[in-house]
Design a protein around this ligand. Structure first.
Ligand code: ADP
Ligand code: MG
Length: 139
C-alpha cells in the first residue's frame, strides 16, 4: 500500500490510521532518509495509543525512548549504533510493547523474521512524501 503525504499533518494521520491495525506487540521498521518524516509517522502511531505526540522525538542520542499509553512503545533510532549494539539493545527490552525502529534496515536480515511491518518513506518529485507500508504477509 502506498499513501501520499503532502504535509507533516498528513503523515501523522497516516500513522494514526496505521496504528489501528496493531495489537501491541509488533516490531516495525520505519526506513527513509534523514528528515523524510519517520518520526512524524511515529508521532501518529503514538497518538492513537493516547501518548502525547510532543513526547515523541527521534532518540538519536538516547537510542531508545519509551512511551507509556494504552500500550508501551519502544522507539529506537539505530542511525548511530552498530548492528551488534542494536541487536543487544533490542534483546534487552523487557515487557510487552510495540517496538519501532528507525534505521532498522541496518539489522541482520535474519532478524526480520520478527518484523511485522516494513514502512518506507520516500520523497517524490515535488518533495511530498510517499509512504509505503508492507506487512510481512505480502512480501
Ligand atoms: N509530508 C511530510 N511528512 C512528514 N514531514 C514533513 C512533510 N513535509 C515536510 N515535513 C517536515 O520534514 C521533517 C520531518 O522530520 P522527522 O519526522 O523528524 O524526520 P525523520 O525522523 O525521518 O528524520 C519535519 O521538519 C517536517 O515538518
Ligand atoms: Mg527521526
Amino acid at each position: 500500500m502506498i499513501i501520499k503525504s503532502e504535509a507533516p499533518e498528513d503523515t501523522r494521520k497516516i500513522g494514526i490510521n496505521f496504528a489501528e491495525s496493531l495489537k501491541g506487540d509488533e516490531i516495525i521498521i520505519v526506513s527513509g532518509e534523514l528528515g523524510v518524516g519517520k518520526t512524524h509517522l511515529i508521532k501518529g502511531i503514538a497518538e492513537y495509543f493516547d501518548i502525547d505526540s510532543k513526547e515523541v522525538n527521534s532518540p538519536t542520542f538516547t537510542i531508545m525512548n519509551i512511551y507509556y499509553g494504552k500500550i508501551t512503545i519502544y522507539h529506537l533510532d539505530l542511525y548511530r549504533v552498530s548492528e551488534e549494539e542494536a541487536e543487544e539493545i533490542i534483546s534487552e527490552i523487557e515487557g510487552k510493547g510495540v517496538i519501532i525502529l528507525e534505521w532498522g534496515e541496518k539489522l541482520n536480515p535474519v532478524y526480520f523474521d520478527n518484523v511485522k511491518y516494513f514502512i518506507e518513506i520516500e520523497y517524490d518529485k515535488e518533495l511530498n512524501r510517499e509512504i509505503k507500508i508492507r506487512g510481512l504477509t505480502d512480501v
